[in-house]
Design a protein around this ligand. Structure first.
Ligand SMILES: *Cc1c(COP(=O)(O)O)cnc(C)c1O
Length: 393
């Protein structure tokens, strides 16, 4: 273990890792095994009853997976962490652990599509109602709270218009009313924001994005207090959203460079946001690092940097926007974010394709909106690619 006073990258490299006693291997091995053997029934019972540390079956726990959990503990500053097979597995398992029939949830309206579908279509089947509120309107969040509200769920920054939630204010409200506050911090990563430091109870991530960082692994994580993590691990056993040890190892490898990668995502983010803001063919830029962003001062207070996602509206229509995206050469036309490669999408044809025109309008998703998920390439080359696409539109 590494002391909490060490720097972020030192923790990202060393935290949670133990030198392999049998071989001295510096890197944690991939324990690609579904089952673990015992030398006696007594030893088996000690592990089963949690009297002794150990592993029985990979759906219950695995040493490679556990190493990632220990590392996440030190990156988010939580008591414990639970790794899942995807971000959606982390979110669904967390919500099903926190709520029961008759409970109520308040959630920001701007949500990842999978989370929105889970809140709208799945939770109500179990008798859990969700009220959706404007992420940036604290009074609306406050007045949506009912007697039976168990969870306030918030995403920050939001997709794709990068609204910023005042996490400290929402955490205080939760504390005062005895409501668990869950923050999906995927777009920030623990390098840019540590919600638990502001009093948030539980933080969840799609580790498929910045944490894995290479567009090659699907995973999720929840971090929070030990007693809740214990319950969450029980629920993970039941629902089965365990991460495969090989994928856990890829995540471990990605996490070591999280600090380095985030510095580049952050600097590419601000450079490209400034470039777009000055471009005559751009109507509007969404980036929390720009002084023109409506929640810029909150973002500056709670975040170390503003990440690699920049959204902007082209001065044009659906056709010209589609043409612009199709003309990009270096940037891939692809969903997702947080990897080494820059990806570009027109949300109306991608993340919000199935969202009704009315709901899109409410969320500010116009036909001319483009989301850039900047990678870690040199900023001059990304700008050159955008330039040549602008010149053709
Ligand atoms: C991608 C994403 C998810 C879902 O994660 P998966 O790993 O794809 O299951 C949840 N929340 C946010 C903000 C995301 O970007």
């Amino acid at each position: 273990m590494v002391s909490k006073s060490k720097g972020f990258s030192t923790r990202a490299v060393h935290a949670g890792e133990k030198r392999d006693p049998s071989t001295g291997a510096v890197i944690t091995p991939i324990y690609e095994t579904s089952v673990f053997g015992f030398s006696s029934t007594k030893e088996l019972i000690d592990v089963m009853s949690e009297k002794a540390e150990g592993y029985t079956y990979t759906r219950y726990g695995n040493p490679t997976v556990r190493t990632v959990e220990r590392k996440m503990v030190e990156l988010e500053g939580s008591e414990d962490a639970t790794i899942f097979s995807s971000g959606m597995a982390a979110i669904a398992t967390t919500m099903l652990t926190l709520t029961s029939s008759g409970d109520h949830v308040v959630s920001t309206r701007d949500l990842y599509g999978g989370t929105l579908a889970f809140f709208k279509d799945v939770l109500p089947k179990f008798g859990v109602d969700v009220s959706f509120v404007e992420a940036t309107d604290f009074d609306e969040i406050k007045s949506a709270v009912q007697r039976n509200t168990r969870v306030i769920f918030a995403e920050t920054p939001t997709n794709p218009t990068l609204k910023v939630v005042n996490v400290s204010k929402v955490a205080k409200l939760g504390r005062k009313r005895g409501i668990t506050v869950v923050v999906d911090s995927t777009f920030a990563s623990p390098y840019n924001l540590q919600p638990l430091r502001f009093g948030v109870d539980i933080v969840v991530h799609s580790a498929t994005k910045y944490l894995g960082g290479h567009n090659d692994v699907t995973a999720g994580v929840a971090c929070g207090p030990e007693d809740f993590m214990h319950k969450l691990k029980e629920m993970r056993k039941h629902l089965g959203g365990t991460l495969d040890p090989h994928a856990a190892w890829l995540l471990l490898r990605g996490l070591k460079t999280l600090g380095l990668r985030m510095e580049r995502h952050n600097s590419n983010g601000i450079k490209i946001a400034r470039y777009l803001e000055k471009h005559p063919k751009v109507k509007r830029v969404y980036y929390p690092g720009l002084p023109s962003h409506p929640q810029h001062s909150i973002a500056r207070k709670q975040m170390r940097g503003f990440g690699g996602v920049v959204s902007f509206e082209l001065d044009g229509d659906f056709e010209t926007t589609m043409k612009f995206v199709d003309n990009l050469k270096l940037c891939f036309l692809a969903a997702s974010l947080g990897g080494a490669e820059t990806l570009a999408t027109q949300p109306v044809t991608c993340s919000h394709y199935y969202v009704s025109a009315e709901d899109r309008k409410k969320a500010g998703i116009t036909d001319e909106l483009i989301r850039l998920a900047l990678g870690i390439e040199d900023p001059e080359d990304i700008i050159a690619d955008l330039d040549q696409a602008f010149n053709k539109t």
